[in-house]
Design a binder for this molecule. Structure first.
Ligand code: UDP
Length: 284
């Protein structure tokens, strides 16, 4: 396993069930040594707050980090799952998003370091598949959440859970009518594992939960589950914030036999339980 822990935590490794062997603490953009059968390439900050904190480094990670991983896969003869993102669809004009939609992305905006970086990573991966015979599997991951997220991750689910449990008002950006689809972490892990073990693949494949929520609906649900009665706090909408997001997962269903099992309500209950425990321990 390789991580530079820029947006992760060593504590999360400790609470896993398996033992992590050969933990390399380094940046994915630096050359990687070793020989592997299979590689999951998930390295890159994924929350807008974190990926915009150092956009140059984000772009470098998404493109050059992916280059390093693809070189490693080529040298090892490894199969590689490349974590791409729903951000490749930008502010989509097609709804729900199917994999054959090319997207509507601003190449020079605040989100571009991530959106265009991930698009560049997909380009590299496909060219390694076509010209270097690397077995690549690109998965486009939609907004994913769950226990052990950092309290300061900055994404909406962790913000709402954290704020509600602290008795603070939930921060809704814009008018809260924008939508997202939230996938529970264990479902996503299942999809990633199917992605690498499946005998066949057809690039790229969407992985996400097709249940679609407006931010107001999500705030109401978190309010209901926590008993939070504070009025919502409306803040400005960040630039280029997509107005609608929902994956079409027909391909994942057919190809990988995959679909999410944990409804958002249940996933939030589990996430809130973990946040409550960690806040009680004051461990983060
Ligand atoms: N958002 C919000 N309040 C927050 C954080 C995010 O209303 O405290 C909104 C954000 O503007 C976006 C949606 O929630 O429309 C999802 O944002 P997130 O940062 O989770 O990730 P994204 O899907 O945009 O990458």
């Amino acid at each position: 396993m390789l991580d530079n822990f820029r947006t992760g935590s060593r504590k999360n490794l400790r609470s896993g069930t398996g033992t992590i062997r050969n933990l390399l603490e380094q940046n994915v953009s630096d050359p990687i040594a070793g020989c592997f059968d299979g590689i999951f390439h998930l390295a890159c900050p994924a929350s807008p707050v974190h990926y915009q904190a150092d956009p140059v480094e984000t772009f470098r990670t998404a493109v050059w980090g992916t280059y390093q991983v693809l070189e490693l896969a080529r040298e090892s003869g490894a199969r590689v799952v490349i974590a791409s993102t729903s951000e490749v669809y930008g502010n989509p004009l097609v709804h729900p998003q199917t994999e054959d939609y090319f997207g509507n992305v601003n190449p020079i905006g605040l989100r571009s370091c991530y959106d265009e970086g991930k698009r560049g990573g997909e380009t590299l991966a496909m060219d390694y598949a076509r010209t270097r015979a690397v077995d690549v599997r690109i998965v486009r991951i939609f907004n994913t959440y769950g226990p052990r997220m950092m309290f300061d991750d900055g994404r909406v689910v962790s913000n709402f859970c954290h704020q509600a449990l602290l008795g603070e008002p939930l921060t809704v950006y814009g008018d809260g009518s924008q939508t997202r689809s939230f996938c529970y972490v264990s479902d996503m892990v299942d999809g990633l594992i199917r992605g690498i073990t499946s005998p066949v693949f057809d690039n790229p494949v969407n992985l996400g939960n097709p249940e679609e929520f407006s931010m107001i609906e999500l705030a109401k649900l978190v309010g209901e589950l926590t008993g939070s009665t504070r009025p919502l706090r409306f803040l400005p909408l960040p630039s280029d914030d997509p107005s609608r997001r929902r994956p079409d997962i027909s391909k994942a269903r057919k190809l990988l036999g995959w679909e999410p099992r944990i409804p958002v309500r249940e996933g939030l209950i589990r996430t809130l339980a973990d946040f409550r425990t960690r806040l009680g321990r004051n461990a983060d």
